[in-house]
Design a protein around this ligand. Structure first.
Ligand code: ADP
Ligand code: ZN
Length: 430
């Protein structure tokens, strides 16, 4: 049976294993010979490229961390000659650690294909018009979506983020059928479409959104307000090319990832041992053909899990679940570890409040306080605020084991973002 796709590979798990083994051997050799930093790391771990004979030998390799990237600034872990580099990108620095990554011509081509796969998996055709509302320039997002869209053959409308009037003008005038943005930007645009009553004039069918975690509530709100047929969560990070390391398929359960381009391990962040299949842990990535800055067991700090059963869509590529958040996001409050995602999870249970919340931490007279502000649903009534707030904080106390102050505020009161939303404001050390 021929492959019905132009970009997505039709590979069996046997083929995948052999691609991964070849890629792993190549990567270790390439990093060892090309990068003094990698060579030193591997020497210290007592591993030579020739030691890698099967996939399970991956576990003998040392981890690479964000520290390794910082130490080598501005060209960390560079494994090729400078003249091979055709571009650099930097991460958005959400956690205060800006990383600069270098790409060879081949790396750009690999990435282009990864992104083209995304558009194909989302069911786009060459007739589609794609409004790209993410950061251009040094960031990977704009460049990645643009490259992939053109390579796929759809029409790119490269707006970048920001300027809502401009976005709406293009959405109505050029009639794009697909929007690419962060979850926050999609929410903002959907609110703007509602405000301006332009829903009937916007012809969007699909949304490809990522860069930050979202909740089902947020997604539903965006899908309804923009009258979408479907939306697709897209994972990615600057270290591993950029956006488009995989995509949800049309079954919308988890994301297929390009296991012929990188190996994904899920490890326990404490013990660094692989977790049992299907369990949540830290995503660790080893690239298979990345030249400029290969990754060997790179600790992403992102939390997710592998979905072990085959996808009903029939695509042979494996899946991971949504990215739940990053370990850096963890808040320690009165000795309890809390992830913003846990708070979002509780808010998800209450139909009276929307997806938008913020966690504020402050310290008074040596004591820590935690306040959660959440927006009321547009249809909700102020009269119920007190009762609902009580119920939510009770639920948080039961589920997350912390006492919080909970405030329900008017819809649209919290700051909106055209990039990634800031869910936590920690004023304890100011
Ligand atoms: P940073 O935010 O660390 O400066 P990037 O701009 O490269 O770096 O963003 C990559 C990070 O964004 C990932 O490590 C992950 O934490 C987050 N991210 C990307 N896509 C998603 C997604 N679809 N869902 C949740 N989080 C995501
Ligand atoms: Zn699928």
């Amino acid at each position: 049976m021929g492959n019905k796709f132009r970009f997505l590979p039709d590979i069996s798990s046997d083929q995948l294993e052999s691609i991964q083994l070849d890629g792993l051997k190549w990567t270790v050799k390439h990093a060892y010979t090309g990068s003094p930093a990698y060579r030193e790391k591997l020497d210290r771990a007592g591993v030579e490229p020739g030691d890698i004979k099967e996939l399970s030998h991956l576990e003998q390799l040392p981890f690479t961390t964000v520290e390794d990237l910082r130490l080598g600034y501005p060209f960390p872990l560079l494994s090729v000659d400078h003249e091979e580099i055709v571009r650099v990108h930097a991460s958005s620095g959400t956690t205060g650690k800006r990383k600069i990554l270098a790409y060879t011509k081949k790396d750009i081509d690999t990435w282009k294909n990864m992104m083209a796969r995304c558009f194909e998996l989302a069911g786009l055709t060459k007739k589609d018009r794609v409004q790209i509302a993410v950061g251009y320039g040094l960031w990977t997002a704009g460049a990645g979506f643009q490259l992939g869209c053109e390579h796929f053959g759809a029409m790119a409308v490269p707006l970048g983020p920001g300027n809502l009037d401009f976005q709406l003008r293009f959405l109505t005038d050029l009639q794009p059928t697909c929007l690419c943005s962060t979850a926050s930007m999609a929410l903002l645009l959907s609110e703007q479409v509602e405000k301006t009553g332009l829903k009937d004039k916007v012809k969007l069918k699909k949304l490809i959104f990522g860069s930050e975690p979202h909740t089902p509530k947020m997604r539903k709100k965006i899908e309804e307000a923009l009258n979408l047929e479907e939306s697709f969560d897209i994972p990615g990070m600057t270290e591993n090319y950029g956006p488009g390391t995989g995509l949800e398929c049309r079954e919308h359960v988890g994301m297929h990832y390009w296991a012929d381009v990188f190996i994904l391990e899920i490890v326990d962040p404490e013990t660094l041992k692989p977790v049992a299949p299907g369990e949540t842990g830290e995503m660790v990535i080893t690239t298979l053909c990345k030249e400029g800055v290969p990754l060997i067991r790179y600790r992403t700090r992102d939390l997710s899990r592998v979905l072990t059963d085959p996808c009903p869509c029939g695509l042979g590529l494996p899946r991971h679940d949504m990215i739940l958040g990053r370990s850096d996001d963890m808040i320690i409050f009165r000795g309890v570890n809390i992830y913003p995602g846990q708070v979002a999870g509780v808010l998800e249970e209450f139909a009276e409040v929307s997806s938008e919340y913020q966690i504020l931490l402050r310290r008074e007279k040596g004591l820590d306080f935690l306040k959660i502000s959440v927006e009321r649903k547009a249809s909700g009534s102020v009269d119920n605020d007190q009762v609902i707030a009580g119920l939510i904080s009770e639920r948080i106390r039961k589920k997350i084991m912390v006492r919080t102050e909970l405030e329900i505020i008017d819809p649209g009161k919290l700051p909106r973002s055209m990039g990634k939303s800031k869910r936590v404001v920690d004023e304890r050390n100011i």
